[in-house]
Design a protein around this ligand. Sequence first.
Ligand SMILES: Cc1cc2nc3c(=O)[nH]c(=O)nc-3n(C[C@H](O)[C@H](O)[C@H](O)COP(=O)(O)OP(=O)(O)OC[C@H]3O[C@@H](n4cnc5c(N)ncnc54)[C@H](O)[C@@H]3O)c2cc1C
Ligand SMILES: NC(=O)c1ccc[n+]([C@@H]2O[C@H](COP(=O)([O-])OP(=O)(O)OC[C@H]3O[C@@H](n4cnc5c(N)ncnc54)[C@H](O)[C@@H]3O)[C@@H](O)[C@H]2O)c1
Length: 487
Amino acid sequence: MAPVSATTGAEPEPYDVLVIGGGPAGTAAALRAAGLGARTALVEARRTGGTCVNTGCVPTRVLAKTARLVREVRQAGDYGLAVTEQPVDWGRTVARVRATIERVQEAKAEPEKLAAAGVDLVLEGRARFTGPHEVELEGSGRRLRARSVVVAVGGRSRRLPVPGAELAVLPEEVLDLPAVPRRLAVIGAGNTGAQLVTVFDALGSEVTLLEVAPRILAQTDADVSAAVHRAFVEQGVRVRTGLAGVSSLERDGDGVRLTWTDGEHDGGEERSEVFDAVLMSTGWPASLDCLGLEAAGVEHTGRGIPVDEHLRTNVEHVYAVGDANQESMLVQAAHREAEDAAVNAVLGPRRSRRHELLPAGGFTDPDYADVGLTEAQARERDPGCVVALVPFAQMERPVIDDRTRGFLKLVADSRREQLLGAHAVGESAVEVVQAVTTAMAAGVDVATLARVEYAYPTYSAVIGAAARHLLSSAPTSYEHADQGATG
Ligand SMILES: Cc1cc2nc3c(=O)[nH]c(=O)nc-3n(C[C@H](O)[C@H](O)[C@H](O)COP(=O)(O)OP(=O)(O)OC[C@H]3O[C@@H](n4cnc5c(N)ncnc54)[C@H](O)[C@@H]3O)c2cc1C
Ligand SMILES: NC(=O)c1ccc[n+]([C@@H]2O[C@H](COP(=O)([O-])OP(=O)(O)OC[C@H]3O[C@@H](n4cnc5c(N)ncnc54)[C@H](O)[C@@H]3O)[C@@H](O)[C@H]2O)c1
């Protein structure tokens, strides 16, 4: 409960720090602020865990595991195991996802951790600014005041501004689908769309992926994007990139008629097809609706809340972290920003944002992951940079596991000393890139990385091979190296 004034008993004393939003960013900010001795409140509209635990990373990861199980079952015969492929029981899949969310909630025990740290967790609906230092809670009408406010409200899926957009399913609504759609269109090939393509392709949907950018996973290294695209096509996914745009959705019998215009390289024609479901994964703006930012004088772009190097908004005592500022939009980034903002809010501005090394990955089939600069970014900065790419098909463990699709690409400076980036596709790609990130964070140079012993047979042994390549040879081309690698 908010501390009450000892003199009047009426007017609540302000908290030192009020955090709005109990996802990864908000919880980290509140715990850090309380750890520094600040009287702290955390206001959450629904449930702690945020997008990450309740509708994003955790459910997506369980669905990704489901897709992997389908793949393993299909391959079991090669190993002498007679496993008959069963039809997917979507209801049980959904139940498994929901049960896993509860298990993760229990393991994280955030309400208990917040209580133990002395943070007041306030679950009385959405908070709305009524002034620069005050919010009102939608559920109770109660008002809370604070010297500093950390806005950690996260984001939400964007619906395209086209007629019939309300007929589309958003990524956070996927578990509400009544069944696995036979014909599924996925609009948007960012991390979210790509992961859902793998899930529904494995579960048996005929998937069409539509993207306005010239390539899928447009933020990743071009070789990563090309490799995942190629895998999708081989798995039977219809991939259309460089679209001119989506124009409408309309009900058609039990399905949804989707109309779009192909890009010029595909003829630029308008097309119209009926799908059983259309999934819209076309972006993730901050959740600013009804937040009352204008009452606090906080400026925003409509998409997010801009911040300075200390994570402050244009109003000095109001900070914005995690997806709310629209900068990195990853759990690991949310944690770091939140802790830094909490320190700045309590002790005065001292921590600056630094995400030089932000590893990330997606659980498609094959997986992909990256850290640091893409090859194109590195070439802009250092035209003489050196690139080594080792196909998984050349490494024993992927061959043993029959998972030879993929590669690790390392980018180093022109002196072949420091790593600038790492990009992987394939089994365990995310873990491989994480290992490279640890080396980069520790300042390990390429020569040392090339000398490290790697347990045999492991996927991470590809790191040593790529580091030795960097020291010794001319760059390889993925197009060339990937020939015939189909695992
Ligand atoms: C499908 C999907 C899969 C993802 N997978 C990954 C992944 O594998 N790895 C990864 O690093 N990232 C992943 N992400 C991104 C990750 O989920 C986000 O970057 C992360 O959750 C951001 O944390 P946050 O605390 O800023 O926001 P959120 O997690 O969105 O939390 C914001 C919280 O604020 C609350 N809130 C909002 N408005 C108010 C208000 N006015 N008053 C009170 N409370 C409010 C919300 O209820 C919510 O609980 C994924 C995202 C999606 C959509
Ligand atoms: N595994 C992970 O780490 C993970 C998983 C999911 C999401 N996330 C993060 O969450 C954030 C949101 O991801 P996201 O994929 O939801 O959004 P995004 O903004 O990254 O991708 C949206 C995609 O939709 C496309 N698009 C936009 N309008 C379109 C149109 N009219 N027709 C066709 N395509 C259109 C965009 O070009 C883009 O490729 C990202 O920052 C992402 O990194 C991370």
